[in-house]
Design a protein around this ligand. Sequence first.
Ligand code: PEP
Ligand code: MG
Length: 757
Amino acid sequence: MITAAAAARAILTSLHEVMASRAGAQAKLNQIVDIIGDKLNSEVCSIYLLREGMLELFATRGLNQAAVHVTRMAVGEGLVGTIAANIETLNLAEAAAHPDFAFFPETGEERFHSFAGVPIVRRARAVGVLGVQHVEPRRYEEVEIEALQTVAMVLSELIANADLIDEEDAFGADAHLTGHERIAGLTLVKGLASGIAVFHQPRVTIEHVVAEDTEAERQRVYLAFDKMREQIDRMASQAEFGMGGEHEEVLETYRMFAYDEGWSRRINEAIDSGLTAEAAIERVQQRTRMRMRQIDDPLLADRMHDLEDLSNRLLRIVSGQLGTAASLGLKGDAILIARNLGPAELLEYDRRRLKGVILEEGSLTAHVVIVARAMGIPVVGRIRALRAKVREGDQLLLDGDQGVVDVRPAPALVEVFEARFARNRERQALYAAMRDVEPVSADGQRVRVMINAGLRDDMPMLNLTGADGIGLFRTEFQFLVSATLPARERQTRLYRDVLDAAGDRPVVFRTVDIGGDKVLPYLRHNDGETEENPAMGWRALRVTLERDGLLKVQARALLEAAGGRTLNVVFPMVTEPWEFDAARAVFESQLAFLKQQKKLLPDAIRYGAMLEVPALAEWLDVLAPRLSFLSIGTNDLTQFLFAADRANPKLAERYDWLSPAILRFLRRVVLAVAPSGTDLTVCGEMGGRRLEALALLGIGITRLSITPAAVGPIKELVRKVELSAIQAAMEGWLAQPPSDLRSEIAAWATAHGIDYD
Ligand code: PEP
Ligand code: MG
């Protein structure tokens, strides 16, 4: 079987001769389409290049010659235009069936059914398209596509050297970048920042694509790998967050990639096909990028970004173009822009000057986002084609709260932003001042305000906010940021560190809530089947009770970590009491085992259940007396009560937490739990909003576990509220619900001097 490297090599050798010849540029292109067509046994081979903003047919074998320099299409028009617009490969057995297909009659292409095309890329922009076509409907083989992609790289060099494309046309389009523009993205880390746009990566320009001496290229890559691995090892040992943080896990994954033999082998194969070291690295990176686009799994995609980060590093080392913006140094307050950023790369920046980050990609669980959050740097992600909208040195206002970026803002806008910034700082200072103040209501009742956490990085928040403890520790976060299933020792280490950091404040550990939207690539818990309705599917306790190995390991880790202290453990998504009993039994049997081993046992174990599934509310008279505490997860509970997916943005605003349905339901839960005296906490997002928290106080909830940033605002609220007064008002509203309960509560707050924003 012919390998991709051999196919590409055969073409490249012939192309080399063409490029070295003295023929004119057009003649060269004509020869090239012939060579590629021959070697790939393709009836048609065509080259389209960008001229005056349009993609023009420059050379073809197989289509009508009369169409050359006549057939033109806009970027984004037809299949060729789509390839250029998206910088992506298309491989179609039936071209006309593709939604973007457009027919150009002068080419005579109607006879040809199959079509494959690859972009010709220069400086990260498509400057043309190389396409092949066949009469017979068939998909091109992977080796053929790879050969085409390699050839497209070589073509980009030839095209640039022969001045075949208008560089001004392709790259000089920045002149229009003058006015103010607001770009919307996705909030990854909240916060505000202003600064000058700095691109993380000054582009590495690849001078030569075709190798003169393959062995020498191989040697260059070999040395570059050595150097890169050395850098990564050094970085891992210097990580500024100390040992044991999630960063350690992140960097470990990173290091795993740096030493990945498969990756270096693929680069060597690309060199074998006749490419230079730089071109081979870029080639493999392109392929990774393409695969990444096809991957639906965000976690796996994050890992691929790490690989891309390393690939850039390798490219810089091998080409000697070493400087990222980090090594050149930041000159003033900067907002860093990157397609994606590796965690290690972020750590290289001067923290005093790095104010914010914008990523073209990025996701909430991306490693770099975890690191940025720990550094307190706001991040907005998922903003595409930034280089087309922002120039180096532009002024930027980054609003991580709203997930928007203002580019080249007018002075008036800067003023508004600065004022918000100042207000934010003031508010932060006010809330920080609440740190040592107890949340006692105006009528003297002590309310418990705790935080939700899930990572080691969250622990400092306990002291910074002065919260009463951790009301919900989402243990699945460790599983989510890890590349492999965390071993028991690693789990124990985390839980012990968390308990140490919390001191005498309670921590409620929730056993893993995986499944649903929190899919782990390394744990195919659902035998690879996709679920129609994952939130109501195979998740949380439903998984762990069946795969009880997982729960046993976690139980052991928690019991050992809590040796000599109190262990609070809560089970997620309990739907019927037997599930609680079964989960508890797993803990009890592990406890018996540890006792036998004469290990240090917890002084006390408090078992609780999450109330997230409405059905459980009907069991409370039976279940509550058996529980040490009950935690209401309003995020899930409300989605089930309203039958409205919590992750669906279209429904985000549709139903109100402050509806009589929710509040009456919760009120009944409060009353049902009361006789047992079981602790009752609300730990969903609802409790972190001031008006919602006021309503919860009104139905008799006095324990909240909320996002750390909300602790100051909620403490301040509690101190202003007379609980008996809001409870009386709430009783009236729930007995006879007004049409707009939110407005009623808001009016009540205003009348009582409570700012609820
Ligand atoms: C909830 O559902 O409200 C909850 C706290 O759990 P999670 O958000 O982790 O599902
Ligand atoms: Mg939940």
